[in-house]
Design a protein around this ligand. Structure first.
Ligand code: HEC
Length: 109
């Protein structure tokens, strides 16, 4: 009996959290993880300071002509035919959007 109640409670909690996070930016702990990813994973191609390497620099001047939407699409789906891989298996749409907006603002991971 208790077990059933707990299962329902967990399901409800998950449903609420999911709805709440759909429109909000990532939780601050997740933001820290995303910054780590940006520095270590993206940085392996785009440079540790995102000033370019195998991939182009990801600074506000370079990204100026591209919208946040275009950037988050590139992050999620990659650029087929180039080394830019799709990050969809690791990032939600909101997380890709948040990363793109951070890049547009200019961040120093
Ligand atoms: C294996 C190498 C590699 C990794 C890892 C990588 N990228 Fe890229 N990325 C590239 C290359 C190469 C391009 C240029 C593609 C082209 O020629 O259009 C690119 C392009 C981009 C662009 C478009 C820039 C522009 O000026 O058009 C964005 C945004 C971007 N990457 C973000 C990221 C982010 C964010 C990550 C980490 C989550 C990441 N990349 C990881 C290689 C990589």
């Amino acid at each position: 009996m208790i077990r059933v109640d707990l299962t329902i409670l967990v399901a409800i909690t998950l449903a609420i959290c999911h709805t709440a996070s759909a429109s909000a930016e990532p939780a601050s702990s997740r933001q820290a993880e995303l910054m780590y990813l940006l520095k270590h994973d993206c940085g392996s191609c785009h440079g540790m300071r995102l000033e370019g390497g195998l991939g182009p620099a990801l600074n506000p001047q370079q990204l100026q002509p591209l919208s946040i939407e275009t950037l988050s699409m590139t992050i999620l789906h990659g650029r087929p035919g180039t080394p830019m891989p799709p990050w969809k298996p690791f990032l939600s749409q909101e997380e890709a959007w948040w990363l793109a907006s951070q890049l547009k603002q200019g961040i120093q991971p």
